[in-house]
Design a protein. Structure first.
Length: 95
């Protein structure tokens, strides 16, 4: 299933946030990004979505690669959304 809407794209160009068509993303990918942003942990996000950690990680990487930007700061304690991830997540929550 694909999402039919626009969201702020996290690729900043000359200080602007551009719009990106969400047709490029599946609902599963978007749910994975949202859940990781909320829980800041891939393991917990995977468990809550009944998916494997590998699937969640792959979904996040696919979204980031399509956007051309990282959405999360990775650390030994988990992932936390960076400024682009926060913007992307807020916009998705409003859908």
């Amino acid at each position: 299933m694909k999402v039919d809407t626009l969201v702020e794209r996290t690729r900043a160009r000359n200080g602007r946030i551009e719009s990106a068509d969400l047709h490029a993303f599946s609902l599963r990918q978007l749910k994975a990004v949202l859940r990781v942003a909320e829980l800041q942990n891939v393991t917990r996000a995977a468990h809550s979505l009944s998916r494997s950690q590998t699937t969640i990680t792959k979904s996040i990487h696919e979204v980031e690669n399509t956007l051309g930007r990282t959405l999360f700061v990775r650390s030994s304690t988990g992932l936390s959304p960076n400024v682009y991830g926060e913007t992307f997540s807020r916009r998705l929550q409003s859908i």
